[in-house]
Design a protein around this ligand. Structure first.
Ligand code: PLP
Length: 447
């Protein structure tokens, strides 16, 4: 039996954590979990307020998903998807095709969100070389300022957050970058026309060389849960269709029920040409992602072996049957009447909680779509001034919340609330109270 002290030492000595300054790292070692609660090796419990980095849907150790994985494990742990299939992976492709909007009928699996976006970029590139009217000069992409689509070189190239990408710039390909369509920068109730005008100017000039536009539909997550103005996504679809550019919807955060709908695209009646899913696809249990393609895109890849039209891409563990079984079970739960009716109640409760925070003196804005919420902190609640970056106010609030047994991770000075859908009304109230207190305590200390 390894003691907590031994584990903490080995964690420091050997474990290189993602996006973490290891010189400042303080071990927090999770041993078990149940529902919304994470239990550390000392027996402390923490409410998982961001669904384990935005991916857990139905809570930890959910009996339905556990059972689905356990049953599958007794039959088959893994078999390749190169030239063969497994039962759960097939069943999942059919279910996803049923649930997705329009004729997004074809699913290429990957293991994480970055690889789903990477596949979508490559599909778009290859598509224009072999579609009915080939346009091989279409080799570039449009992406949004402050976008985040992953960390592999392709997905990072379309990403627009400098603090992640600047150091790798010499390795990345150039993209056409649009200004962030941040609804906070518009007059209240102004429509998306300003941002759509910027897109149209770009398309009018460069559409002949552009293969695809990639976008996080409605909410740019890592940018700080930036909300686009209503109607923007719909306008983007119209313009990309008009100028013959493929639309890639990165629903890795917004997909699978998070916004209150199965897919954020549906809220604006949009069918993209390619749709990427990850994170909560398996209920946040196992690594699995999907790149879904319309029939038109898929058919451009059909032909004889000699035609060389097959998609030149794939990963060893893509479509893993354990992950596929978890995903199928998670989607069944998500579409069940029980979850759907509780979801609306939780969304309403979260709305009330945010309303209470909006009046705190150092909160500048609160935003919510479904079970995704953001609270912006700024001195005196200013809409223009920000805290000095070195103060790390967001980080301090989350540290304070951890002392009060709630686990959160900020995006700069934006606090994110994104609990698992299984959260009870009492647990949601506790999450709201803790965050309220932590914001008050930490922001008052800065005065
Ligand atoms: N796309 C979006 C919108 C994301 O927020 C993320 C991760 O946060 C990714 C892609 C990359 O997913 P992963 O970390 O699973 O590679």
């Amino acid at each position: 039996m390894h003691t907590p002290e031994m584990l903490a030492q080995w964690d420091r000595d050997h474990y290189w954590h993602a996006f973490t300054q290891m010189a400042e790292y303080e071990p927090l070692i999770i041993d078990s979990a149940s529902g919304v609660w994470l239990y550390d090796i000392h027996g402390n419990r923490y409410l998982d307020g961001i669904s384990s980095m935005w991916c857990n849907l139905h809570g930890h150790c959910n009996p339905v998903i556990d059972e689905a994985i356990g049953a599958q494990l007794k039959k088959l742990g893994h078999a390749t998807s190169l030239g063969m299939a497994t039962t759960p992976a097939i069943e999942l492709t059919r279910r996803l095709a049923e649930l997705a909007p329009g004729d997004l009928n074809h699913v290429m699996f990957g293991s994480d969100g970055s690889s789903a976006v990477e596949a979508a970029l490559k599909i778009a590139f290859q598509y224009w070389r072999q579609c009915e009217e080939p346009q091989p000069q279409k080799t570039s992409y449009i992406a949004l300022g402050e976008a985040y689509h992953g960390d592999t070189l392709g997905s990072a190239s379309v990403g627009g957050i400098d603090r992640y990408n600047a150091i790798f710039q010499p390795l990345l390909f150039n993209v056409h970058r649009l200004p962030v369509p941040d609804s906070r920068t518009l007059e209240t109730d102004a429509g998306p026309q300003l941002f759509l005008g910027q897109l149209e100017s770009l398309l009018a000039k460069h559409h002949e060389e552009i293969a695809a536009l990639v976008i996080e539909p409605c909410i740019q997550a890592a940018a700080g849960m930036v909300f686009h103005p209503a109607g923007y996504l719909h306008g983007v679809r119209e313009l990309t269709s008009k100028y013959n550019v493929l639309l890639i919807a990165d629903e890795i955060v917004t997909g699978c029920g998070r916004t209150g709908r199965m897919f954020a695209c549906e809220g604006e009646d949009v069918v993209p040409d390619l749709l990427c899913l990850g994170k909560s696809l398996t209920g946040g249990y196992l690594p699995l992602s999907a790149t879904m393609a319309t029939t038109e895109v898929y058919e451009a890849f059909l032909g004889s072996h000699a035609s060389g039209r097959a998609f030149r891409h794939g990963h060893t563990f893509a479509g893993n049957p354990l992950a596929a079984a978890a995903a199928f079970a998670s989607l069944e739960l998500l579409t069940s009447e029980d979850v759907q009716s509780r979801l609306q109640l939780l969304i309403d409760q979260l709305c009330g909680i945010l309303h209470g925070m909006d009046s705190l003196p150092h909160v500048s804005e609160v935003r919510q779509k479904g079970l995704i919420a953001a609270v912006d902190l700024a001195p005196g609640g200013s809409k223009t001034a920000i805290y000095p970056v070195d103060l790390r106010i967001g980080q301090k609030v989350c540290r304070d919340a951890l002392k009060r047994k709630v686990w959160l991770r900020p995006l700069g000075d934006t606090l994110v609330i994104m609990p698992p859908l299984c959260i009870s009304a009492e647990e949601m109230a506790f999450l709201g109270e803790v965050l309220h207190e932590s914001i008050e305590v930490v922001t008052q200390q800065q005065q």
